[in-house]
Design a binder for this molecule. Sequence first.
Ligand SMILES: *Cc1c(COP(=O)(O)O)cnc(C)c1O
Length: 430
Amino acid sequence: MQYFSTNRHSPLTNFREATLRGQPDDLGLYFPSVIPQLSREFLGDLREMPNDQIAFEVIKPYVGDAIDEQSLLSICKETVDLSFPLVDISERISTLELFHGPTLAFKDVGARFMSRCLRHFAKEADQKTVVIVATSGDTGGAVAAGFHGVECIEVVILYPKGKVSRVQELQLTTLGGNVTALEVRGTFDDCQLLAKQALADPEIKEKLFLTSANSINVARWLPQQFYYFYALKQWEGEPPVFSVPSGNFGNICAGILAHVSGMPAGGFLAACNANTVVPDFLETAIYRPRPSIATLSNAMDVGNPSNFVRILEIFNNEFPTLKENLSAASVTDEETIATMLKVYDETGYTLDPHGAVGYKALADHLMDRPGQKGIVLETAHPVKFDSVSEILEVSVETPPSVLDLLNKEKVATEIEADQETVKEVILSRI
Ligand SMILES: *Cc1c(COP(=O)(O)O)cnc(C)c1O
């Protein structure tokens, strides 16, 4: 499989290079040159197929000969060794719980897959790899957990002091081993700049292989297709509408990609909060990025969704085709709160704010479509957000992994937002 840049000014490359580089030099996004088609047998056997086999069959054409089949199968096994239950909430709406991974959010799957691909490439080249991540909270945790204990890989995390939640900080700072946490006296933007400077540093480049685990990386984006198959495997009846709480649009884009490969779906609904760039675009055909607005569903506070160009690419940048295949809705914080309360009162199910945005968008969408049913992707565990117990006035049951975390000791090195210090730390990791 070859990958091209959506900006079309970088050379074609394979899965290995696309993963190691993250982003093409022309600052586009890597995109597969053909969208593979799933076989009838595969789709027919889905219900009986183990999750790791599904993952392997779906991802194999995208990886091509960059990883041998035996190794790819074990990477898939390790990646999806989690549960993905489909739970009925009401008669027409079910939720696919994607929060049973180590950091209780769906980003775990992409991070786990990417880390194991990097391990494979590092071993092959016999070269130690350092991964640098700047985080405002959630992504760093998923990446840290995904890479923890993975041989041949060192991880350096930069996070802004005092600006992440307690649980998030513990997720970043208690792993130890190959994960080094740097607590930066500064903002998230400082952390991001430090990571960029390190990636461009000639001395670092000379001594080791440094890469980032950015969310646009193909090895994080493509495995998100797996969820949709796991949902269908547990589904009875006509293909469902998938409602996907969306921020950078990576997750929903992966679902649409799977659909274009032949996976049945009754439609895709991008559920957004007050950050309405895409819903506005579908209405007006004008794409107008803007600064993000803070909301209760903060992992979706994105003013210029990075993966949206990939969705446009799937539909050859043809607006009418896009509109036929993608719906979008925007949900306010007030509606999010009302939905959490209503669903809890009527069904006993606890939605987190991101899942509540997805639920509300889907419930409205289904009102005009009698007979149609749908699935909300529940992207995070409600315990991750303090707002949930405040809104519902109940305490959310804490999963054992979080209880464990609360007993652990934070280990982080506090630093100034200084390029040289970060460089020293990176060079000391080999
Ligand atoms: C990242 C994230 C999202 C948004 O996913 P995208 O792929 O960026 O659209 C939604 N919910 C939660 C909890 C997240 O962490």
